[in-house]
Design a protein around this ligand. Sequence first.
Ligand code: ZN
Length: 249
Amino acid sequence: MSTFALISDLHANLEAVDAVFARIDQLGVREVACLGDVVGYGADPLPVTLRVMQRCAWTILGNHDWGLFHELDDFNPLAREALLYTRAQLRPSFLRPRRRAAWEFLRTLPERREAHGFLFCHGSPRDPVMEYVLKSDGFLEPDKMAQLFGMLDRPCFVGHTHWPGVHRPDYRFSQATDEQREFKIDGPCIVNVGSVGQPRDGDPRASFAVVHDDRVEIHRVPYDFRRTQAKILAAGLHPALAERLARGK
Ligand code: ZN
């Protein structure tokens, strides 16, 4: 029996990350892995990256992590502005040698991973860093879903949309809620673990997953988002990035 936790889309939110790691420890789950977007949007990229380096067995690349080292033309203005802030916080220098390990860690993350008989990426199986698998794709984009499922012979875990739930081979999306937060995963499916640091499903609590062989549980953890909001504002980041944390949008 193998049990492990999956976190994704931390977005430099230290309070959410600490709350989630504390809950994972309480649950007695030792192995944790990260599906990317360690940084971006939030005020604490360095401490969050150092926490991930220490606690996670492995981490894969998210689009915001990628954006640290590439042109930002395809990012929306808020994401771009936050990535420029993140670069300034993380770029190593002689005066700030502690940043070097975090910078190199993010720069060399892999795009996908196989472990425990499952597949893992940030976005989608065919475009692991950038493509969204949206909850509406089942009825709006059936050809896309057919292609994605054509590539899968087993469950694939993703993040990226910040909406926790499971896409089934019939393209139905079952959203994770307090009433239904446990799902069987015994064949091809796409499991979204939600976001630790910037949930967008209307629930402000941090989201993460615990996998036990053939089932996954989505957990939600409250954290002190007012403290995170104050740090975002103090850092000079856009107020919308603070405000959305209270609404989970
Ligand atoms: Zn994200």
